[in-house]
Design a binder for this molecule. Structure first.
Ligand code: GDP
Length: 472
């Protein structure tokens, strides 16, 4: 319908054109970019795709090739709980203290950088887990170049291991596997490699393409080799940035400190940030009063791939918000005010997320076409059965989509996914984690829990029938 009106033809014309391509589409169906191009061509139009930009987005000038220099990789560590993410991050942070830095007080600021033995710098996001990774990505931040997936050698590939791999792959971030806890007597790295091969992750010494390193976050064994493998992966990416321009980057975390005001950890991704610069991050701005590294040492300037703790913003932006350095206070204030106004308006008319009870009402107003569902359950068999039955409930009017199905309790990342794609979560013989429950409340995501498959199917069916025959 939208495409038809853009081209000044009738919707039926577009539908027939689709049919001639063998596609049977409805009037409200979304078409992919390729189809749009072909159809538009039929009617004599060329298509120009532009990215949807916010009015308050700061336009960044593309860097000339000659201005680009190598930059350090930014790494995130992900994996199942208790497999050693925090221990690994701590070990790397503490073992890489260079002379002169010793004696500084290490602070958890959400990110740090270290010099490896080979004299190359690596920056780490010190917020382990894929929830933080996905939350930042949901806000449009691309702050990770390489992901280390940790698996404990005395355990197995677990649900969150799979999830972490999945999240990294969806984000197109290369993976290095760290098989941790090899110091333990019951460590069995070969079993982990076998587990990994069962989910199509074939490690190098098994003839696959994934680099893998045995490590111990307790003894430090293998950690330098792990860092070398990360650097190798980074080399392939040819990471570059222009250091000689006003800084741009992303917020890692921010909070209000009683003595110091708002403190924000930010990752400079290009350009150089200096004390005195006017920074704009999300709806907040301010002059950079002071900057520190994770050892509490004062910095005057920070170049690409450098995480810093900074003071001076007039509020706490959210993790994943972009930041820019602005020409003047006035300019920064103007954009910040505008963004704040937009946020306020959005929060007034926040779109409620879908619930089963809402379906009938939404269909009555029209335009409800898809029901997105996330299925979590205790065993594979029941998840498959439930997901299949739900899919079969699709009708001509309403398509049921299973966005994600997996074994395990309902996690915060399930809720984030539901929120990002307006889905309901169906749990079979599983419950949400405490964090997921809280997040679902604030995000207004419906979680339905069942212990009988038949009940789950019936509820969804009833809701959909309600929506097929709105009783007004
Ligand atoms: P996270 O939940 O993935 O962040 O895991 P932690 O880093 O908190 O580690 C979980 C537990 O495993 C802790 O008790 C750690 O001391 C222990 N641990 C982590 N790495 C190793 C290791 O390489 N060897 C041994 N023996 N224990 C480890």
């Amino acid at each position: 319908n939208d495409l038809a009106s853009l081209m000044d033809v009738t919707a039926n014309d577009v539908i027939s054109a689709c049919m001639s391509l063998g596609m049977f589409v409805s009037i409200n169906q979304r078409l992919d970019a390729e189809t749009i191009t072909v159809i538009a061509d039929e009617f004599g139009y060329d298509v120009d795709f532009t990215e949807a930009k916010e009015e308050t987005d700061i336009v960044e000038v593309e860097d000339d090739e000659s201005t680009l220099e190598d930059r350090a990789p930014i790494v995130t560590i992900m994996g199942h709980v208790d497999h050693g993410k925090t221990s690994l991050l701590d070990y790397i942070r503490e073992s890489k203290v260079t002379e002169g830095e010793a004696g500084g007080i290490t602070q958890h600021i959400g990110a740090y950088d270290v010099m490896t033995n080979s004299g190359k710098r690596v920056a780490f996001l010190d917020t382990p887990g894929h929830e933080a990774f996905t939350a930042m990505r949901a806000r449009g931040a691309k702050i990770t170049d390489v992901a280390i997936i940790v698996v404990a050698a005395d355990d197995s590939v677990m649900p969150q291991t799979k999830e972490a791999i999945n999240h990294a792959q969806v984000a197109g971030v290369p993976i290095v596997i760290a098989i941790n806890k090899v110091d333990k007597p019951n460590a069995n790295p070969d079993k982990i490699k076998e587990d990994l091969s069962n989910i199509n992750i074939l490690v190098e010494d098994w003839g696959g393409k994934y680099q893998c390193q045995h490590v111990s976050a307790k003894t430090g064994e293998g950690i330098d080799d792990l860092l070398d493998k990360v650097l190798l992966e980074a080399e392939i990416l040819e990471l570059k940035a222009n250091a000689n321009k006003p800084a741009v980057g992303s917020v890692v975390e921010a909070s209000l400190d009683k003595g110091r005001g708002y403190v924000s950890t930010i990752m400079v991704q290009a350009g150089t940030l200096r004390v005195g610069d006017v920074l704009l991050a999300g709806p907040y701005f301010g002059k950079v009063k002071a900057m520190f590294d994770h050892r509490g040492q004062k910095l005057d300037a920070a170049g690409p791939s450098t995480p810093v703790l900074m003071l001076g913003l007039d509020g706490a932006p959210q993790a994943g918000d972009k930041f820019n350095v602005m020409e003047s206070d006035r300019e920064a204030r103007e954009v910040a005010n505008k963004r704040e106004q937009i946020l306020r308006e959005q929060s007034i008319r926040t779109k409620k997320h879908i619930t089963l009870d809402e379906i009938g009402r939404r269909l009555a107003i029209g335009s409800f076409k898809e029901l997105n569902v996330i299925v979590k359950g205790d065993v594979d068999g029941s998840i498959e059965a439930l997901a299949d039955s739900l899919l079969k409930l699709s009708t001509e009017e309403v398509q049921v989509n299973i966005l994600h199905k997996a074994v395990g309790q309902i996690s915060e990342s399930d809720v984030l996914l539901a929120s990002a794609s307006d889905a309901v979560i169906v749990g079979f013989q599983v419950r949400p984690s405490g964090g997921a429950r809280k997040l679902a409340e604030t995000e207004e995501i419906e979680i339905r829990l069942y212990s009988i498959i038949y009940d789950a199917i019936n509820d969804v069916k009833d809701a959909m029938e309600g929506m097929l025959e709105p009783t007004s």
